[in-house]
Write a protein that binds this ligand. Sequence first.
Ligand SMILES: Cc1cc2nc3c(=O)[nH]c(=O)nc-3n(C[C@H](O)[C@H](O)[C@H](O)COP(=O)(O)O)c2cc1C
Length: 188
Amino acid sequence: MDAMTALHTRVSSPRLVEPAPTPEHREAIFKAALRAPDHAALRTWRFLCVEGEGRLELGEKMVAAALRQDPALSEAMQTRRLNSPQRAPLVIVAVVRLREHPKVPAIEQWLSVGAATSNMLLAAHALGYGAMWRSGSLSYDRSFMTDIGLQAEEHIVGFLYMGSVASALKSPAEHVVSDYFSPWPAAT
Ligand SMILES: Cc1cc2nc3c(=O)[nH]c(=O)nc-3n(C[C@H](O)[C@H](O)[C@H](O)COP(=O)(O)O)c2cc1C
């Protein structure tokens, strides 16, 4: 798929199945992440690739953290949490490792990892895979981050679910460019 088609047709796929991207495709998708704009080349990103049994362990840690947030969490919600990493054969946790820099504030470091994550969504789509960027309250839960091995200066930017699409892709929403883009200064 050419780049403009990929950019114009990418949609999220909530239900993803095996197979996950092949090693060759994975390499291409991950390389796309590493081409994201990155002020001062800080390389503040790292990505945890969770698959197979690892998804079960991730689900267990999600349940434990969710119970710390809400000890009265229902059995149904616990099961939902436990199974959430099973929604795709590959779950990539995008992490920003913030550092002090005189010219690159934290927000730019977050944005850079966001751009890297977006590049992966697009690259996966261009190669015929499905993907979806998710977050949720655990993305901001420090005890959960510690549980999965993040350091104090590290934060979760998102969970990128990736695999093969289970059913037909939805149609991309149509947008009117002029709703969002306007000349500046405005004509008087
Ligand atoms: C930072 C970020 C976090 C998101 N978190 C969630 C989420 O937790 N759950 C969800 O359903 N969609 C989430 N989304 C939105 C989806 O990834 C997706 O963009 C949205 O459903 C629109 O679908 P589309 O990508 O096909 O246009 C998130 C998007 C971003 C950028």
